[in-house]
Write a new protein. Structure first.
Length: 119
């Protein structure tokens, strides 16, 4: 019986570790409306930051500019937003969020970055 419990504990531990692996969030560039009338004014990001999701925590893996992070539901409604300062390395989302969402990172420019997360 003791051996069975230790094997069971080992498998439960391995199962728990499988859920602790951060998931890379693939970010794409979107353009805010309205478009500038002159195409040369379109500014895009110099780089797209590496962002991972670990359960309800969103982590930034490198230095990034100031963003407003928005969580958007399937009806295109912003259900949560928070300021993410350039020195912020992670944001913990509220536990009442559940389901599939679009995550948006809005800098002070005419574009934004977006990807998809599941909570």
């Amino acid at each position: 019986m003791k051996k069975f419990l230790s094997v069971l504990a080992f498998w439960l531990l391995l199962g728990g570790l499988a859920f602790a692996i951060p998931v890379q969030i693939n970010l794409t560039v979107g353009i805010d409306e309205p478009f500038p009338s002159i195409p040369e004014l379109h500014k895009g990001p110099e780089y797209v930051p590496s962002v991972v999701q670990d359960d309800y925590e969103i982590r930034f893996l490198e230095v990034h500019p100031y963003y407003t992070l928005c969580i958007v539901d399937e009806d295109d409604e912003v259900v949560y937003s928070v300021a993410v300062w350039s020195f912020t390395t992670s944001v913990v989302l509220p536990s009442w969020l559940s389901g599939d969402y679009e995550i948006q990172l809005h800098p002070d420019e005419n574009y934004y970055l977006y990807g998809y997360i599941e909570l």
